[in-house]
Ligand binder design. Structure first.
Ligand code: ST9
Ligand code: ZN
Ligand code: ZN
Length: 321
């Protein structure tokens, strides 16, 4: 049943759970029940996978962790985020192909859609044009935005964003065209079949641990960047914006929790100024550059970072060293 305007108002409270008043979005919330059911079942299945863990083969757990990092670091942070959404460096064809495959393992929308929404997030941050507008609270920015129809501003503003570079990349076009089959094969089928054939794992263990628990782990690590790292932490580079430096999020999200830095210097491939510290993705990109597969890495000069921190930061710059 489609929710009415008044029922939507009952559902949306005036305050975020950190006590800040939310920005009015002036729209009835239209819940997409298919997504609510899918996400709920997925999370229940993921918990069941954790229950099965003690009786599973140790290799199944190792396999799930490997898939988590492969999809999270290559597919999302180094791939969709730092390469395709922000163009912070360039990558040669073989690396782009592997990262596009890893992106399908992550099943977080294809690269074109992910990058489009992420460019909206940066350009219209914390307004109705931001798909996961954190001024609407923790839950909305974490995963609630995937359970409701988008605010019309997201679509209207998003249409003004230049996506020609994505349309020109044959790897992005191919992955978009064959997205569903690639997800069925790389996110669901192969992760289940490998443990069954290679170390005789049971179908239930393989599917629940290497698919459901692993997928939900990567999703929540990613979502924390949009929720927790937009709420909690210091703001050494720009105190006027919500994104913050969040050590916990950086440790679980491959280095993406240095979010005040990232929103201030979005062109920087390292998304932080602490080098390899809690930043596995920077380690990966540096290794790829060393191997000649990544090049033209862009960074913010230290003098510019320092000047900006002294001018607009909250006074905590330097404390992170
Ligand atoms: C997921 C994404 O989880 C997560 C993104 C996170 C970002 C994090 C960033 C920081 C990086 C951190 C990385 C950490 C990694 C950790 C690693 C650990 C080691 N502009 O969308 P529709 C138009 S996905 C312009 O259906 P509705 C467009 O024409 C999870 N236009 O809107 C579109 O048609 P098309 C799995 C736009 O109907 C049309 O509108 N996936 C824009 O309101 C309709 O679009 C899901 O759960 C725009 N921005 O539905 C799927 N947007 O696409 C969830 C739309 O054909 N999605 N248009 O061009 C849905 O079901 C729906 O999108 C909806 C909205 C229900 C949410
Ligand atoms: Zn970004
Ligand atoms: Zn952000």
């Amino acid at each position: 049943m489609a929710p009415t305007e008044s029922s939507a108002e009952v559902r949306t409270s005036k305050y975020s759970w950190n006590g800040e008043q939310k920005q009015p979005h002036g729209q009835p919330v239209q819940i997409v029940w298919r997504n609510v059911v899918f996400m709920s079942l997925l999370h229940l299945g993921a918990v069941y996978g954790l229950v099965l863990l003690p009786q599973a083969h140790i290799y199944t757990a190792v396999w799930a962790i490997l898939l988590h990092y492969f999809s999270g670091v290559l597919g999302i942070t180094a791939g969709a985020h730092r390469l395709w959404a922000h163009r912070t460096y360039k990558a040669r064809l073989p690396l782009r192909v592997v990262m596009a495959m890893a992106n399908s393992v992550a099943f977080q929308n294809h690269i074109h859609e992910w990058s489009r929404d992420h460019r909206c997030h940066h350009k219209y941050s914390e307004t109705n044009g931001d798909p996961h507008n954190a001024s609407r609270g923790f839950f909305f920015s974490h995963c609630g935005w995937l359970l409701v129809r988008k605010h019309p501003d997201v679509i209207a503003k998003g249409k003004q964003i230049d996506l020609s570079d994505l349309a020109a990349d044959p790897v992005v076009r191919f992955q978009k065209r064959y997205y569903l089959p690639s997800v069925l094969l790389l996110c669901f089928t192969l992760p289940t079949v490998v443990p069954i054939l290679a170390w005789r794992e049971s179908l239930t263990n393989a599917f629940c641990i290497a698919v459901l628990s692993r997928y939900v782990l990567t999703l929540n690590a990613t979502w924390l960047v949009n929720s927790a790292a937009h709420l909690w932490g210091t703001r050494p580079y720009d105190r006027s914006i919500r994104p913050a430096e969040n050590r916990f999020v950086s440790s679980v999200a491959g280095g993406e929790g240095w979010h005040n830095y990232h929103h201030t210097f979005p062109f920087d491939y390292a998304t932080g100024e602490l080098g390899w510290r809690l930043n596995m993705t920077t380690v990966f990109i540096d290794l790829m550059a060393w191997a000649g597969l990544a090049y033209d890495l862009r960074t913010a000069p230290p003098s510019v970072v320092r000047a900006r921190a002294l001018r607009t930061g909250d006074g905590t710059w330097g404390e992170q060293y």
